[in-house]
Design a protein around this ligand. Structure first.
Ligand code: 13P
Ligand code: SF4
Length: 314
């Protein structure tokens, strides 16, 4: 590793120095560690992060999130250097959907439009007609003709939720988010009984048995908007718990409780992929300009089409 031979009070100061030197912008998802969220230039959900990556004039994009998010930044801004603190930061949804199996799924369902959740690899994006995120999926589906046949990958829980709210019968890929699957319905109901004045808010990646108890369902940024617009003082949060850091910052007088897992109050709903990124790795990637996201030009061109379509429609 290269050294700057410079004395810094702390690692945050070093990161800010390196960021200026590299003409970089630090983007962070709400599921990142608190110290990463606090040092980021911009923090958002998958859709807002994609838009920011497309519009920045920085030379380097440091993507503090998971790999598919950093890949989207590279696809939308191919001339920029995109780096990520830990290249191993994957996603269980992405892993569930391998391109050869997906091509077979498409072949078995001809005459279907291919809608893919942004939580998938660049190869799956290249095989898709439109990409959606949890912020714009319902709107995009509703804009398609009522009789249009659709296949949706890779999240079966999000797909099931979208089918219920749009009245469609999309064919679903059998993928899940390991984080949103950890919540226990039984423990959630027990908690709600004890905290009768609380509201349950949930991300649509949760299974139906959790979503049916929710007072509000939405993407990470929609959940953040809801806790500010709603009068309740107490919220049970069924999504990755690092988002609570922003909730507390935005609404310090309100209380946020992590939705419980099977053994009550466990921290089993932390995303193990997001957790791979740390402040030290963020510093190191700015210092070394590595690990870098690299995608071949042909794949960039193919994956860009359905992403641009999404950005146009949302
Ligand atoms: P959002 O688009 O709602 O931020 O979701 C991203 C994600 O990975 C949820 O698990
Ligand atoms: Fe993937 Fe789930 Fe982690 Fe989001 S929370 S990055 S969907 S594993």
């Amino acid at each position: 590793m290269k050294s700057l031979h410079q004395n810094f009070k702390n690692i945050e100061e070093e990161i800010i120095f390196l960021k200026k030197k590299r003409k970089a912008i630090i983007l962070s998802h709400f599921y990142q560690d608190e110290d990463i969220q606090d040092i980021a230039d911009f923090i958002g959900d998958s859709l807002d992060l994609s838009k920011k990556a497309q519009n920045t004039n920085a030379d380097v994009i440091v993507f503090c999130g998971v790999r598919f998010m950093a890949e989207v930044a590279k696809i939308l801004s191919p001339n920029k250097k995109v780096i990520i603190p830990d290249i191993r930061a994957g996603c269980s949804l992405e892993e569930s959907c391998k391109v050869e199996d997906f091509k077979k799924f498409k072949f078995e369902n001809p005459h279907h439009i291919v809608l893919s959740y942004i939580n998938c690899s660049a190869e799956i994006k290249a095989e898709s007609d439109i990409i959606v995120t949890s912020s714009n999926a319902a709107k995009i589906i509703n804009s398609l003709p009522k009789d249009q046949k659709i296949i949706f990958a890779p999240d079966k829980h999000l797909g099931g939720y979208l089918n219920r709210i749009t009245g469609r019968k999309m064919k679903l890929w059998n993928g899940t988010c390991i984080v949103h699957e950890t919540f226990s319905e039984r423990e959630l109901v027990k908690k709600k009984v004890r905290l009768a004045n609380s509201k349950i808010i949930a991300h649509p990646e949760c299974p139906e048995n959790i979503l049916k108890h929710a007072d509000f369902i939405g993407s990470t940024s929609a959940l953040l908007k809801f806790i500010s617009s709603d009068n309740s003082k107490q919220f049970i949060v069924a999504t990755e718990p690092h988002i609570i850091h922003q909730m507390k910052k935005n609404e310090p007088s309100k209380e946020f409780i992590i939705a419980p897992g099977n053994d009550g109050d466990c921290s089993c709903s932390n995303c193990p992929y997001m957790e791979l990124n740390t402040l030290e790795k963020l510093r190191n990637c700015l210092l070394n300009l590595s690990p870098e996201i690299s995608i071949n030009n042909e794949l960039i061109l193919k994956a860009k089409k359905p992403l641009n379509f999404m950005l146009k429609l949302s």
